[in-house]
Design a protein around this ligand. Structure first.
Ligand SMILES: [Zn+2]
Length: 370
């Protein structure tokens, strides 16, 4: 029995099984239910550091890159939360097209590892490349149980008419999909992309998730995505276009920390600038630059300029977990954005800092609806 058009995959799952029996099946299979989970996506060479980081009751880890299987296998027995493995064959200058065949041993090894779901080692789906899209979905239908099609997409696939074609193909092939969205900065920083994603989430009759995302992953879950994986490094928070000249970041990559009240991944140098401004004016409320997470312990956020990458990442994960608790649907997601935008205005009034809010906020909550 299928739901009526627009019910999305959650409606269909609800009709086919209860949550309890689903969880029981998951346990029998050795995996864990991924629904509503916010995972962290880590590079394979840093997987060890992150193994025990994060919320014990939720979360999970997506180990990424060509050596991800080796890195995950080494510690899989110690893990009580879901593990996923993303080969990221779709990234970099020599990436194959989505028509490339999956490597059966890569998929089988994930089963041996007891991965919560098997992620396909897909190639890239360029603008209008329907052949590549269909090749990935078709191969996934033949790849056995509990396989999720990784769809690394040119951002035009979220615009009209691409997104209608995408929804149609996904529903026709009936396999869960995990999107990786390509953009030089923020794939979900435009209204057309966000609206396209909302459309896909409404129309899909299968679970749709996001890999390599950022704070917008919470918005996606709020609008019905099954799960989302937020990168612990900038390079893992989107798919950088391979055809751009030069490296995606300066030789020494910028470090970004979430400023909780501003709900923004901000360059640590800029955070230090905000803190310095508060120091120069005694009458300014400095709480904006303090963090209450367990890693920070109410210290001021200028510490991010000199702290370790791991400490920075643990802070980010703590703040994301707290936001995930708070955001339970579209209303609370929009409320969280509205609150952050008010802090930006407050900062402008009090600190005379006219920093632009990140583009995703206007994309999810257009000015006309505030
Ligand atoms: Zn913190």
């Amino acid at each position: 029995m299928f739901p009526s058009k627009g019910d999305g995959w959650r409606g269909r799952i609800a009709m086919s099984t209860t949550d309890a029996s689903q969880r029981s099946e998951d346990r029998d299979r050795g995996g864990l239910d991924l629904t509503n989970r916010l995972l962290m996506q880590v590079p394979a060479d840093q997987a060890r550091d992150f193994w025990s980081v994060g919320d014990d009751d939720g979360g999970g880890i997506v180990v990424s890159g060509a050596s991800a299987l080796t890195a995950a296998s080494a510690r899989a027995r110690e893990m009580t939360r879901p593990i996923l493995v993303d080969r990221r064959r779709y990234a970099g200058r020599n990436r194959p097209r989505g028509t490339a065949r999956f490597d059966p041993s890569w998929l089988e090894s994930q089963r041996a590892l007891n991965a919560a779901t098997v992620l396909t080692d897909s190639g890239y789906v360029g603008e209008g490349d329907q052949e590549a899209l269909v090749a990935i979905l078709e191969q996934t239908t033949r790849a056995g149980d509990n396989v999720c099609a990784v769809l690394p997409l040119h951002i035009s696939w979220l615009a009209d008419p691409g997104v209608k074609l995408l929804a149609g193909e996904v529903n026709q092939h009936q396999v869960p999909v995990a999107l990786v969205l390509e953009h030089a900065s923020d794939p979900l920083g435009t209204q057309y992309a966000v609206n396209g994603l909302k459309y896909l989430l409404r129309q899909a009759q299968v679970p749709v998730s996001l890999l390599c995302t950022d704070i917008s992953g919470l918005g996606a879950i709020a609008y019905g995505a099954a799960w989302a994986a937020v990168g612990v490094t900038s390079a893992l928070r989107h798919l950088y276009p391979a055809d751009k000249k030069g490296p995606p970041f300066k030789p020494s990559p910028a470090r970004h920390a979430i400023v909780p009240r501003l709900m923004t991944f901000m360059n640590v140098e800029r955070i230090a600038e905000g803190w310095a401004r508060a120091q120069r004016h005694e009458d300014l409320d400095e709480n904006l630059w303090r963090c209450w997470c367990t890693e920070c312990g109410n210290r001021t956020m200028d510490r991010f300029a000199t702290c370790t990458d791991l400490s920075l990442a643990i802070h980010n994960i703590s703040i994301l977990d707290a936001l995930h608790q708070q955001v339970t649907g579209p209303d609370s997601w929009e409320q969280a954005i509205g609150d952050a935008l008010r802090w930006y205005l407050w900062m402008q009034d009090e600190y005379h800092l006219t920093w632009d809010p990140p583009a995703f906020m206007n994309a999810w909550l257009p000015k006309s609806r505030r």
